[in-house]
Design a protein around this ligand. Structure first.
Ligand SMILES: C[S@@+](CC[C@H](N)C(=O)[O-])C[C@H]1O[C@@H](n2cnc3c(N)ncnc32)[C@H](O)[C@@H]1O
Length: 271
């Protein structure tokens, strides 16, 4: 494993004694880029909420469906913020199949995620990686432009999959999204998936509190709160829905209880 904080100024530091959200997520997806402390926390969360791994996988599948959709809408620039530790079927792989020649920039606060992204993307055309905090919008926009991969005069898909719930209310998540919206041109897209307490049993709320042991605690938000982040965007069909309900693939089984996956998903186009 290549570790390095190199140019990760403003990024988190690698602390093998504290679980990290990126590495816990990697563990749930069956990845190997996690430490004992991450696995222990993941097992504790899984014991309280048996559907947690399904939720994570469902989020990943949504991201793939949505990226294919966006490529189909003609999007050729993808800014994936809170991109995580790359696993098979990552955004750049979907983009390469669906829109060869399109650009992908990954942004994450976690140096492990960033270093693995750099390893995987070495030599892959029109891809780049930035170690930055989503709350530092100016910096990540500037660095995206400096990479020469994103032209903000052309439509961009801003992907915020599973990341906004790590931004506490005190840090103004709505302002973060508004700054991203203001930076992109009409016809750009915003993708959000976000954990919720809506429709969830009490043990999910309890398990959420465990996330406070990582450097980044999860904030569960309501459907109405998450919908408000799409201010200035028109939600495309089917709107903000529990993740399995967002444009399931034709062969996917109809899920009578999509709320088992405790997160919402939506995609909007800037108006
Ligand atoms: C649950 S993973 C989601 C990964 C990927 N987007 C997906 O949906 O499959 C959340 C990622 O957000 C990153 N993250 C958390 N807080 C962040 C912040 N303030 N700025 C940038 N990334 C952040 C974590 O390091 C982690 O890699």
């Amino acid at each position: 494993m290549v570790l390095g904080t190199g140019d990760c100024r403003g990024c988190a530091v690698i602390d093998v004694n504290q679980p990290s959200a990126a590495r816990v997520y990697d563990y749930f997806l069956g990845g190997t880029h996690n430490f004992a402390v991450d696995r222990a926390l993941a097992e504790q969360i899984a014991a309280m909420t048996p559907n947690i791994a399904e939720t994570m996988r469902s989020n990943r599948l949504f991201l793939r469906r949505a990226v294919r959709y966006l490529a189909g809408q003609g999007i050729r620039q993808f800014l994936d913020i809170g991109s995580g530790i790359p696993t098979a079927g990552n955004v750049h792989e979907i983009v390469r199949e669906a829109a060869p020649g399109a650009s992908v920039v990954y942004v994450d606060i976690d140096p492990v995620a960033v270093e693995h992204s750099r390893d995987i993307l070495a030599g892959v055309e029109r891809t780049g990686v930035i170690c930055a905090d989503v709350r530092d919008v100016d910096r990540l926009l500037t660095e995206s432009e400096e990479l020469g991969l994103i032209d903000f005069d052309e439509p961009v898909a801003v992907l915020l999959a599973g990341v906004l719930h790590f931004v506490p209310d005190a840090d103004g998540p709505a302002s973060v999204v508004a700054a991203l919206r203001d930076a992109v041109t009409t016809g750009s897209y915003l993708l959000i998936s976000h954990a919720t307490a809506d429709g969830q049993p009490p043990e999910v709320i309890e398990a959420q509190k465990l996330s406070g042991r990582t450097a980044t605690e999860i904030v569960l938000r309501t459907g109405a709160e998450i919908t408000a982040y799409f201010d200035g965007f028109d939600l495309v069909e089917p709107g903000l829905v529990f993740i399995p309900r967002w444009r399931p693939d034709p062969g996917d089984e109809a899920d009578g209880h999509p709320e088992r996956v405790g997160a919402y998903a939506g995609v909007g186009i800037k108006n």
